[in-house]
Design a protein. Structure first.
Lengths: 186, 156
């Protein structure tokens, strides 16, 4: 049963991705990217990664879509048609994709208990986190306590990104206002 | 969107449950899925909904820049501050065991504060970015005060 759900979800994701490439209307593309995020959130639920699914649904399907829409409101709704076929770009993409697929051949099978990732620190988290850290949700123990440094780094990244966007947009606004005062030129 | 009374009423109805749910996700992260990241985003969604319906001018009255901009840093400082406090109490950086007499209570307190820091930063950054985008569009268009994002016809 789970395999059927997997196949249906992945098929929908492929269809959405192809539609996003083919469409020229950017409004539709943004909506489809929200749907893609929602599908991958469903995929994470099937994989029992509810915390990740939650984040994907809230950030990917929610906030990103809204931010893309507000960007569209400032720019254009239609993608300009490609003037010519770019063969070197196609070559680079094909070679990179083939290399990545070749790389996955060496990876352990999905859900393999002997995979290195299940042999390293994961057993300690599963066995010891209830009495070492406490929270019943092991993901919280790992994120906030065992991997506290990483989460601090992630928070700093979000802070930096926010400051960057604010500085960029504030700079543009100020320049535009100065232009307007100087001679009413856009 | 001033004339859409259904949208306005529904927004007013939906905002408190959204914010309450965000707080639930924030403080229930120890027991179920969720945590600071998700809670911050959901809390920001309430403000984004408000902005979409009531316009950026009124949204800036609710969440003025003098509140959102400093709060982006406050969250990170709270997180890093927990680490500094644990250093001062004789532990390692971000070692929550020393925060209380019982290591379990210390861990609980540490995780709570750290997740709160994440939530504050994520909320403030999301609201700031969105209002920066929307405010830029509003400045171009003198009567963009009430329409914000998507006009009714919805397509190009």
């Amino acid at each position: 049963m789970e395999q059927v759900i997997d196949i249906v979800l992945l098929a929908f994701m492929v269809v959405t991705a192809i539609a996003m490439i083919r469409l020229r209307n950017l409004f539709a593309v943004v909506m489809l990217s929200g749907i893609f995020s929602l599908l991958s959130a469903a995929m994470f639920v099937v994989l029992d990664a509810v915390d990740v699914a939650f984040t994907e649904a809230a950030v990917g399907a929610g906030i990103s879509t809204v931010l893309m829409l507000s960007t569209l409101a400032l720019t254009f709704r239609e993608e300009r048609p490609a003037t010519r076929a770019d063969w070197p770009a196609l070559l680079v993409v094909t070679v990179t994709g083939a290399a990545l697929i070749y790389g996955t051949l060496d990876m352990p099978h999905f859900g393999d208990p002997d995979a290195p990732i299940h042999q390293h620190v994961a057993p300690r988290y599963i066995v010891d986190s209830p009495h070492e850290v406490g929270p019943p949700n092991m993901v919280t123990s790992v994120l906030a306590s065992y991997r506290g440094y990483d989460t601090l780094g992630e928070t700093t990244v979000i802070f930096t990104a926010g400051i960057g966007v604010m500085v960029l947009l504030a700079g543009v606004n100020r320049r535009r206002r100065a232009d307007r005062e100087r001679g009413n030129r856009p | 969107m001033r004339q859409h009374s259904v949208l306005r009423t529904m927004t007013k109805l939906l905002m408190p449950p959204i914010m309450l749910f965000a707080l639930y996700v924030q403080f229930h992260g120890d027991y179920g899925p969720g945590g600071g990241f998700q809670a911050g985003v959901i809390f920001a969604v309430a403000f984004i909904l408000f902005t979409l319906i009531f316009g950026p001018t009124r949204a800036r009255q609710v969440a003025p820049a003098c509140v959102t901009t400093p709060l982006t840093a406050v969250g990170v400082l709270l997180y890093a501050g927990v680490g500094v406090v644990s250093l001062l109490l004789g532990g390692e950086y971000l070692d929550y065991n020393v925060l209380a007499h019982d290591p379990h209570h210390g861990q609980h307190l540490g995780i709570l504060l750290v997740e709160l820091g994440v939530g504050i930063t994520v909320w403030a950054v999301m609201v700031s970015i969105f209002l920066a985008f929307v405010g830029r569009g509003a400045e171009d268009d003198p009567n963009a005060d009430e329409t914000v994002d998507e006009p009714e016809d919805g397509h190009a």
